[in-house]
Design a binder for this molecule. Sequence first.
Ligand code: ATP
Ligand code: MG
Length: 277
Amino acid sequence: MAHVIDIQGIHRIFETGAGFNHVLRGVSLTVEKGELLAIMGPSGSGKSTLMNILGLLDTPTSGTYKLEGLDVSTLSDDDLSFVRGRRIGFVFQSFNLLPRASVLRNVLLPLAYGDVPSREREPRAVAALTAVDLAPDHWDHKTNELSGGQMQRVAIARALVCDPAIILADEPTGNLDSATGEQVLQTFERLRERGKTIVLITHDASVAARADRTVHILDGKIQQGAFVGAGTVGGTLAPHAGTSAPAAVPDFAATPVPPASTAPAPHATVPHHVPEV
Ligand SMILES: Nc1ncnc2c1ncn2[C@@H]1O[C@H](COP(=O)(O)OP(=O)(O)OP(=O)(O)O)[C@@H](O)[C@H]1O
Ligand SMILES: [Mg+2]
């Protein structure tokens, strides 16, 4: 089966008032279904830049990206939004919840922009909140009444509610103490057991140690041969505990990626030669 994520030779050069900033310098990486991958690296090394590309929030200056076998450079902007909304869930360090809205409303929100019939929305939100193990007596609380660990689990439920194939988490435990960070890690581990693919940026080696594999980025390049966590860069994956969902929770079945549009590729203007800057 095709890799869930397959990027080859990705470069990202930002053009700023001060000149060119060559941030990603030939990043190649594959991620398998059900893998929990950690990305580590110093501040400014390009981790979030890479995550934005993986999340279809940004396009590379050059290089290829196949998401579930689909060359995303062939997609129109509308198709990119469609794929992003259906196949990718985002979790951020600062949670990014609506503070005065209830937990349930925060999780329902992404469904309002999709084509999920209204009668199916609440059961899906309930299933997502159940999957992250947030007790029902919290569901009508405002999110600013929750602990950090609870807020992050609401954010994971919100990422999960559209049933993405991939969850991209940028320092999801960065604002949490170790006990609440542990709850969040256990939530990711449960989702991995249910077949979700998770890419997680962290500065914390003990978080990375829980991943199947860790890649290190330095100055916009993946460092080869580093060894952290349960796997090595490019190495074999640790076995997973299982793939079945708890009986009480509806499973988030995979939905197919839409066919590629024939619209002009957003990458059409990508230069063939990446300037050295
Ligand atoms: N939109 C942009 N325009 C110009 N430069 C950018 C842009 N986004 C990121 N950069 C630059 O890219 C470099 C890498 O930034 P990035 O956010 O990917 O780092 P990071 O590894 O995530 O760091 P941190 O650990 O601090 O979050 C930085 O020098 C940053 O200034
Ligand atoms: Mg970052």
